[in-house]
Design a protein. Structure first.
Length: 417
């Protein structure tokens, strides 16, 4: 097969996605992996578990133009609503044939589970079938076999299970070699910056409208997140991206960063420094975001969720007079909380947060959404910032947690470590 540039469509199947009951995470993961290999996705499709809908859409993608690659996930299981194999075999006029290696894996799996399960082998044997003439993609985790097949029209299709734990190893071990051996990739360069405290519309008016010449040679995108926007750039030449990144940093400093979660993680791990948090309004969200990264135990000591004033005083050492004179949501309380976290947890870096998440609890002077965040390095004075996040309770906590970590990021970026 001669190497050629591709038009790639990623299709995720499942009525749980089209009904809004679940979120398709496979497509974005596949697109990211493809990008690192030098391939760009042209289209995403999410389709229900309907044989006719699958046949129509797969056919449209395979036969609309040459040099098309369709990558599918889902619909390879044993149940009646798993139609991917049926749809593809019908389109290509191929018979579904049992792959002996996949079937042997199925038999071994069921034998280990006992006689009751062995009786079910014939009922689930469908998972081991692939279209005649296709290449088997081994499932090293589960049962459902994947496959790769090309058409006489020089279009290609890869089908994998929808379960992420099965799909990801199959992609890495089986699909990546196929892509490298059969298709021509590009040298793609990518960069991203996070701009904090602004929305997409402000970024559009402030930056995009004023830097059209710089942006003319790159592919760019803006994604709104809680507390920041993520601006991404892609080009076949790195020299096209560098001026754009410099322009963003010039326009929006000091509110520009790269991935703060990874940077905090790398910094604390590298310098062998510890971190602790004292949380009130976020109820542990900051700690959750820190520990989302594997290896956080190297530096994260723990979190004190001081939701009540009693815990603020008893554990963190916040003065009763401070709470009476300034209130639980105040600069003074945030400062004493972060000092208390440092003392109680004995950590080099500490974060505290106190605020009004709503929907109740606000007053004329302290409205719902008010938030104080303090960060501190041992041996230095606390830095306290005041914010107002006028969102729903859930969004407030996500937004405030991200902003707290951005405050820490800014602290560790200072020259005086």
């Amino acid at each position: 097969m001669s190497k050629s540039l591709l038009s790639i469509t990623v299709i995720s199947t499942g009525s749980e996605f089209t009904s809004g009951k679940s979120i398709d995470t496979n497509s974005s993961w596949i697109a990211n992996e493809l990008f690192t290999l030098g391939f760009q996705v042209n289209k995403f499709l999410v389709l229900p578990d309907s044989l006719e809908v699958l046949k129509e859409n797969i056919c449209n993608e395979l036969y609309q133009e040459k040099n098309t690659l369709v990558i599918m996930t889902g619909g390879l299981g044993p149940t009646e609503d798993d139609y991917t194999l049926d749809a593809i075999c019908a389109i290509l006029k191929k018979k579904p044939l049992r792959n002996e290696k996949a079937f042997q894996r199925l038999e071994n799996f069921f034998q280990k589970r006992g006689k009751d399960y062995q009786k079910l082998i014939q009922e689930v044997e469908k998972q081991t079938r692939i279209p005649e003439g296709s290449t088997h993609l081994e499932n090293s985790v589960g049962i459902a076999a994947g496959f790769f097949i090309s058409t006489e029209n020089n279009t290609h299709l890869i089908a994998m299970p929808g379960v992420p734990a099965e799909m990801k190893p199959m992609f890495c071990k089986e699909v990546v070699p196929i892509l490298k051996n059969n298709f021509q990739s590009k040298n793609l360069y990518y960069d991203t910056r996070w701009v904090w405290g602004i929305g997409e519309s402000y970024f559009q008016s402030k930056f995009i409208s004023n830097y059209k010449d710089l942006l003319s040679n790159i592919t760019w995108g803006v994604t709104a997140k809680s507390g920041y926007i993520q601006v991404s750039f892609c080009s076949e030449k790195m020299e096209n991206i560098s001026p754009v990144v410099k322009a963003i940093e010039k326009e929006f400093e000091p509110n520009v960063s790269i991935d703060i979660f990874q940077e905090i993680h790398k910094f604390l791990t590298l310098h062998k420094m510890s971190l602790g948090t004292a949380e009130s309004c976020t109820g542990g969200f900051i700690a959750k975001k820190i520990t989302d990264l594997a290896g956080a135990s190297e530096y994260f000591l723990g979190s004190i969720v001081s939701y009540s004033n009693k815990i603020k005083m008893k554990i963190l050492g916040v003065e009763e007079e401070t709470l009476k004179n300034f209130g639980a949501v105040s600069e003074e309380t945030a400062k004493e909380m972060v000092i208390g976290a440092e003392n109680k947890l004995n950590c080099e870096y500490s974060i505290s947060i106190t605020g009004i998440a709503g929907p109740g609890g606000g007053t004329e002077t302290k409205k719902v959404g008010l938030c104080y965040i303090a960060v501190k390095k041992k041996g230095r004075s606390p830095i306290v910032e005041k914010f107002h996040f006028p969102f729903t309770r859930e969004l407030f906590r996500d937004y405030a947690s991200n902003m707290a970590l951005f405050c820490l990021y800014k602290l560790i970026q200072t020259k005086n470590l």
